[in-house]
Ligand binder design. Structure first.
Ligand code: ZN
Length: 338
């Protein structure tokens, strides 16, 4: 019970890429870069094990960005054809690459990396992939015509990738779907159907991460507009509870999400965010324990997985390290009392 984990991404060490920056450029090339990424992943595995996390990840050391790191390897995308897009329902505008032809995956994207981390740890291993809806909210479409059709094409590709990861012993495959908190109607219409396509035939556990985003300016401003109670989850949790996905993650640390919404996921395992992804402060184990205890009013300990609110890629390395230690230490406090 109370198995601890993180959402997945962790900060890259400053010798690997410029710190505290999304899309930071690598400091190496070719073979040297490949070895450097492995070294960074090995270090984070050691940190997670030393802290006492039960389900570890590669920290996403192998990819530049949680969506583009995957898309770089997909055919059918024109990276030179940039289209300005209002991401997450116009929260911010980015020039994104454009899908100009049928999508395909000519070769595995993360298989070798996953094999490397699988060999490097005996702990339960989670691997993260971008979710189909979030991918479609990060790339422009000049080929499929309907977002749901493009999402299904990505879901098929993600499924092929996920099957390979599952086959080499990855225990949990998590799809990151921050867009689920924005396009709630689409989630019910086709978002969950796309996820179902992505998890088809998988033997491992499956998870979906839904959040209020990295702790960056644009997201903090957006959160300010959401009022005293954040009830986005309420619209999608019933459909998710009826879905075939095993685990759902939700933000609970320093968030205005009413914890009672957990009762809408009574058939799921819940990854409960017990630390925020703020760059400037590390929660104490006691603070973490407090969030877990409040969550335990709504979910039994077997289904509760203490976790981070979101990915920690853009925060300082030492802060993230402190936070994973607090996740584990805070959970230990609660376990002792149980
Ligand atoms: Zn997130």
């Amino acid at each position: 019970m109370l198995l601890t984990t993180t959402v997945g991404s962790l900060p890259k060490p400053e010798w690997l890429a410029e710190p505290e920056k999304l899309w930071a450029a690598w400091r190496f090339e070719g073979e040297e870069l490949a070895r450097a990424k492995e070294r960074a992943a090995t270090e984070w595995l050691a940190h997670q094990e030393a802290a006492g996390l039960d389900i570890v990840t590669d920290g996403e050391m192998f990819r530049t960005h949680f969506v583009h790191g995957f898309l770089e390897h997909i055919q059918g995308i024109d990276w030179k054809k940039k289209t300005p897009m209002g991401i997450r329902d116009n929260r911010y505008t980015v020039d994104v690459p454009t899908v100009t032809g049928p999508l395909s995956r000519p070769h595995s994207v993360h298989l070798e990396e996953a094999r490397f981390v699988r060999k490097a740890t005996r702990r339960r291993l989670k691997f993260t992939l971008p979710g189909p809806m979030t991918i479609c909210d990060t790339i422009a479409d000049a080929h499929y015509g309907r977002r749901s059709d493009m999402a299904m094409a990505f879901a098929e590709i993600l499924n092929a990738e996920a099957r390979e990861l599952s086959a080499i012993g990855v225990d949990v495959i998590q799809f990151d779907e921050p867009a689920f908190n924005v396009f709630m109607e689409d989630v019910k219409e086709w978002g969950i159907a796309a996820l179902h396509r992505a998890v088809e035939g998988l033997d491992c556990k499956t998870a979906v991460h839904i959040c209020y985003g990295y702790g960056i300016e644009e997201n903090l401003r957006w959160k300010d507009t959401l009022g005293s109670e954040w009830r986005q989850y309420e619209e999608i949790f019933p459909a998710l509870n009826a879905s075939r996905i095993n685990q759902v993650s939700l933000e609970c640390a320093e968030s205005r999400v009413p914890l009672s919404l957990m009762s809408l996921l009574k058939d799921k395992e819940l990854m409960v965010g017990v630390v925020a992804v703020t760059p400037d402060r590390v929660e104490t184990p006691e603070e973490v324990a407090r969030v877990i205890r409040r969550a335990l009013d709504h979910v039994d300990p077997e289904r509760l997985f203490p976790c981070s609110n979101c990915g920690m890629a853009p925060i300082p390395y030492e802060t993230a390290l402190g936070k994973i230690k607090s996740i584990a230490a805070g959970t230990a406090l609660v376990k002792k009392a149980l």
